[in-house]
Design a protein around this ligand. Sequence first.
Ligand SMILES: [Zn+2]
Ligand SMILES: [Zn+2]
Length: 767
Amino acid sequence: MSGIVVLFFILDFISPVKTAFEYSPVIEGKDGVILHTYLTKDHQWRMKTRLDEITPELKKAIIFKEDKYFFYHFGINPISVGRAFVNNVFRLKRTSGASTITMQVVRMSEPKSRTYLHKIIEMFRAVQLELHFSKAEIFQMYLNLVPYGSNIEGVKAASILYFNKSPDQLSLAEITALSIIPNRPNSLVVGKDNKDIIVARNKWLKRFQKARLFPDNIINDAMAEPLTAYRHEAPKLIPHFALRIRQSYPGKAEVRTSIDANVQTKAENVLTNYSNALKLRNIYNASVLIIDNRTHSVAAYIGSSDFKDLFHNGQVDGVSAVRSPGSTLKPLLYGLSIDHGIITPKTVIADVPSNFQGYTPENYDLSFRGSVSAEDALRMSLNIPAVKLLDRLSVKYFCSALVNTGFTSIWQDRKKMGLSMILGGCGVKLEELTNLYAAFANEGRYFPLQFLVPDSVWLKNSKEKFDSTSIVKSIQVLSPEANYMLTEILSELYRPDLPNLNDKARNIPKIAWKTGTSYGRKDAWSIGYNKEYTIGVWVGNFSGKGVPDLNGAGTAAPLLFELFNTIDRNANAEWNKAPKDLAFRFVCPKTGKIPNDFCEEQVMDYYIPGVSNNERCDHLKEVWLSPDEKIAYCTSCLPQSGYRTKLFPNISPELAAFYDLNHIDYDKLPPHNPDCSRTFGGQAPVITSLTNGMTYLVIDKEQQQLQLSCNAANDVHKVYWYINNKFFTSTKSGEKSFFIPDNSVIKISCTDDKGRNSNIEIKVRFI
Ligand SMILES: [Zn+2]
Ligand SMILES: [Zn+2]
């Protein structure tokens, strides 16, 4: 006997039992709804049944039918083996019933022809299985492998494809109907032979009744139950997302994602209707990502409005595609600038033509506003103030903030990033942008985006837990105070990117949002958030084709509003709670600084004590004048007596140049004392780099630049260059600048900071 045991263990070691089966990947929503399934490599529907999906009814019925002594034998039932042997030897009747559930598992996983040798191997394998696995696990294997006709294997695939429900939702009638299919898979086809299946089903239900397996009333109900089952299509929802998840978790039979099927369906319906209208405007693609702010996870994911639209690249996943963000990164820049004490919401920034080492951005509407508060600049999405702030904060710092919050393309291109990135000169994904805004919804705290429900949450009392408890690293990207100010600005309704709403969408949701339009009108963005959800919307063409009337406010924002109104109707209006370190103060609206004695008006502003700038307002400056106010004095020429003081607007040279160019009136200083020792006459700057009346040959229109330089008087600090009467740049006196000629006759003007001016005219010939 001991010899047999030793031999068994040697064989067990040499030839271990095979239990790894390939399953159809099943992608589920957060509540277990099956969203998408894939065939196995051998083209079977074989979905893994979890232990918690095996109900007592399912267990009782199958074990009664297939192997009554399943819980009592060790893989082989000696009595039925003996009986089958006797029957076979004496040819009394055909062998049947000798196979235990364990032996059936062996046969299904290693199919072999029916010989006595194979039967012995099968029994050996059955004992092996019993030795290594619990009864519950062996029963689970059986349920996963048993064939249900066509290419359906296992009770889970059968219950989903025939009844459109999971095994734990099956009725007794359905369980019994399914249990008889494996015996006659060719003659009992669900949907075709339902009448015959009912007859066979009720025969077994009567046997159950006789054996008192279930109460009479339940058996009677089951016998009366009609059978309407037919072969359903396998679930194929959320194709872009499902594919992405499948690729991220290869080999995993069941992935419980964070998708909220209810939110997903609503969002898809809204997008489908909206996309139909967009098609009339030659806009064929749109993507939506909805993040649940509480769990930092994806609630809905629509890669493109129509996966099946092959003609317009519907299979491209717009949620993970890299596109130009337009103005959508500006909120982070303003928030960071508040945290660095550079601005508060009421800080006034000059919105005038500016040159940043050769980079001369323009506003979206090609006009300039002179001075503007930071909050209005963000609301109006002005470009010059944003570039100025980025110049102050530094591109490097801004990039590092974006890299820390998961912007992968910014990381890859970090060395190439320049000031233009704040106007869309960089690449981002809809999921990156949306998750950044989700940080704004979480008091400035960023969390990596989650796609799954952690296994530890949904797989209760099960050994099947996978080790996927990812460590969520959060980062405070903005202080709660800066974040609060930012959210206040972004929830303001009086702004230019409020879409022209029709009657249907007049109900504006209480959200904070920002729109964006990329260069060439290729991408329209709108990202918004409230306490519950952050929604990102991208609209455009995957082909990259720009459309003249494509823009964030008109094309993307209405969709964003409709999505919020549809998925989150009863959102709490009071959601942006003031953090404890937020403080209020009065400032002068002319500068946004602490009011001085001469400041007439005061407005309320937020600030962060210890962080925000505490400078006193300097919107006026005191100037010494002659009694008739016709001459101004400086410290070196101020007479002992006989002068008076007066306040004048303290305007920066760039703003003064802007006012002069646009004929905007302001209180100008009278000319400086002509007898002052610090003034060297009235010599205007002399342009030295180009000669009046000359013709310059330019070889490559795109590449070749002409130099601007001049000799200015000693008292000059800055000079201002104009090309064809349009402001071009300002430089320090003696500094060189360059421009690309684009006209055959070019007028060049140079004005110094004392207002002295000289002009030349040159000709350019392109060869
Ligand atoms: Zn003031
Ligand atoms: Zn002077």
